[in-house]
Design a protein around this ligand. Structure first.
Ligand code: ASP
Length: 624
């Protein structure tokens, strides 16, 4: 039998939207445990020196002799201590009688955040002194013995969630930052979700959890990889950007249904929702099609979804890449709000507005518009739906066009219309960016467009198989990765117009963030060779093992990877993925606590036959 585990119950007390500004408290954490009385609660105190957690004590424990271990959160007039552990807070009465002078001394002298062990009896608080805001507020501990386990020096910041600290300071002292309620909540919820995912995959659907190497070799195409030197001159390992090749090879090996909570590495510049090392829920299956993968992921997320959030409704809606681009200007639309892009080219075919005329005369030229409801109060106005349109181009817009625009865009009083003209893709992505910028502006003014408690999942499908390379648009690169199978209806185009081939690649988007992606793979060695060598101009020697494997009875297969950090960031409403990772790197990829990456003395580089060639501007820095 499956018991929804303690944390989801524990978190029920936090069920108000955990938006970006909501700060759950120790009280709510602890209080919610009380709700879980009929559930199976893990043994928090087995094998260790305490009998109970601080947060679990209630009137039902009255008279019990307990031993607690925790950190000193507050002290009040040398009469009370508030002791904290991961589970909550409890009040401890400091004994005042002569015979307990040594206990009093320990409890009064230990600085805040020192760690102590106390033993005593659970007693009721005197009438009128109960604290209804504190889940343990009806009781207190009458201490008999106390031991200072370790004293705390002066802290760089107070361990209180409401005390603001810079992220750099939090990362420098991450082990202290982890004591905060918010970090405890995020990491425990993450562990909970992963546990349920494992249950769903292994126990309910027969997946096999397999670890794949993290010392590997360079994979052509895709993201930049980190190199690891080896003792063989000039030879390097690469840290894999994903277990892609291994998971496909596992299918050739007959493992059939693989998954892994996989650490992946990408040497990409800093971006707010990226980390150089990150975790994926990596999945591969044999004999599967897109529908199978989508249903699996919908079931997986539904099963592992925290019970304090609204249950997920499946199946998730889906949209083609072309539609996503045309309507939202991006391949990862935030579908929590409208403000869709509308093609108004036809209404302006005979326009006198010069820049619209120019755009429409070009191949792929379009005029697009987006209506910002009630935007007039907030935005620097371009076209405003009032009688007198407030725009430098208004006088060139014919009455007929104006009416057509109002009809197409359903424009109302106080709406703002943003209009752009140009090549389809460029015009759409420009409006897509403006759409998000407008949403930010409107929300700053107090409108709610994107409810953080709402979770809008969306499948984006039918991506192109190839995109023109940014640096050289005459050459192609894979839109996903080179192992993605072409859409069965477009295979013939591979040999004539490869840029028109759609792929069997699908992305999962949540509230405008890509949280997963995958594809049905090429399992035919010849086709894989053609795509790698002829279309992508990659060095096939690097992948000879994979090509060879495909020739030995490789089953049809496909898979997906979910970005666990991003998913948990959205689920918890954390402002950054760093808030759901215990020891993340800074924005610039540094570990601010240990100062990694760090320099290595030249003699330690010798076995690797490596020498640092210092850039000119770092000479001065090095001399310091
Ligand atoms: N390996 C891919 C990625 O990391 C996911 C997949 O195709 O399964 O994006």
């Amino acid at each position: 039998m499956y018991f929804p585990s303690w944390l989801s119950q524990l978190c029920r007390g936090l069920s108000r939207p955990i938006g970006r500004t909501t700060q759950p408290t120790w009280g709510s954490f602890s209080r919610s445990l009380a709700l879980s009385s009929q559930r199976r609660i893990p043994e928090f105190s087995s094998f260790i020196a305490r009998t109970n957690t601080c947060g679990e004590l209630r009137s039902s424990h009255l008279g019990q002799e307990v031993t607690l271990c925790g950190w000193i959160q507050y002290r009040r007039q040398n009469i009370f201590l508030v002791l904290r552990d991961f589970h909550g807070l409890v009040q401890v009465v400091i004994p005042q009688d002569e015979s307990a002078a040594s206990v009093k001394k320990i409890l009064c002298e230990a600085p805040l955040e020192s760690v102590v062990q106390v033993s005593g009896t659970v007693i009721s608080r005197p009438p009128g002194q109960e604290n209804p805001k504190m889940p343990t507020g009806e009781i207190e501990i009458k201490v008999k013995t106390a031991e200072l386990l370790n004293s705390c020096k002066r802290l760089p910041f107070e361990i209180k969630d409401f005390v603001k600290k810079t992220e750099a300071l939090r990362l420098q002292y991450r082990y202290l930052d982890l004591r905060s309620f918010q970090m405890q909540y995020n990491l425990r919820l993450r562990s909970q979700v992963v546990m349920k995912m494992r249950e769903y995959l292994c126990n309910l659907h027969g997946f096999v959890d397999i670890e794949t190497p993290t010392l590997f070799k360079r994979t052509p195409g895709g993201a930049k990889e980190f190199l690891v030197p080896s003792r063989e001159p000039g030879k390097f390992y690469s840290l894999p950007q994903s277990p892609q090749q291994f998971k496909q090879l596992l299918m050739v090996g007959g493992l059939d249904r693989y998954f892994q909570v996989a650490r992946c590495y990408r040497d990409e510049g800093s971006r707010p929702d990226r980390q150089p090392e990150f975790t994926q829920i990596d999945i591969e299956m044999s004999f599967v099609d897109q529908t199978g993968i989508r249903s699996l992921i919908e079931g997986l997320l539904q099963y592992s979804w925290p019970s304090d959030k609204n249950p997920l409704v499946v199946p998730f809606p889906s949209m083609t890449f072309a539609e996503a681009l045309a309507t939202y200007g991006t391949d990862k639309p935030d579908t929590r709000f409208g403000m869709k892009i509308v093609d108004i080219s036809n209404a302006f075919r005979n326009t006198e507005v010069r820049f619209l005329q120019d755009a429409l005369s070009k191949p792929q030229g379009t005029v697009k518009a987006m209506c910002v409801r009630e935007g007039a109060e907030v935005l620097p106005v371009f076209l405003k739906a009032k009688e007198n349109w407030n725009s430098p181009v208004a006088k060139f817009i014919l009455e007929k066009q104006r009416l057509e625009l109002i009809r197409l865009m359903e424009i109302q009083e106080d709406d703002v219309v943003l209009l752009t003209a140009g090549e389809h893709k460029k015009a759409c992505s420009l409006l897509g960016k403006l759409r998000l910028a407008c949403a930010d502006l409107l929300e700053m003014k107090g409108m709610v467009l994107r409810d953080p408690a709402q979770f809008s999942f969306l499948w984006v499908v039918d991506f192109p198989l190839f995109l023109p390379k940014e640096e050289n648009p005459m050459e192609l690169e894979s839109a996903h990765h080179p192992f993605t199978a072409p859409h069965p209806g477009d295979i013939h185009l591979l040999y004539t117009e490869p840029e028109k081939v759609r792929s069997q690649h699908y992305d999962l988007v949540l509230n405008g963030t890509e949280i997963g992606g995958g594809s049905i793979r090429i399992h035919d060695a010849e086709l894989q060779h053609y795509i790698l060598a002829t279309l992508l101009k990659e060095d096939v020697k690097l992948l000879s093992h994979l090509l060879q494997a495909l020739d030995y009875g490789a089953p049809p297969h496909g898979g997906i990877a979910l970005g666990l950090d991003r998913l948990m960031c959205l689920v918890t409403g954390a402002p950054s993925i760093r808030d759901v990772i215990a020891f993340p790197k800074s924005f610039r990829g540094h570990d601010l606590m240990s100062n990694a990456p760090d320099s290595v003395p030249p003699q330690e580089l010798k076995p690797y036959h490596i020498q640092v060639s210092w850039p000119a501007d770092s000479e001065a820095e090095r001399a310091h």
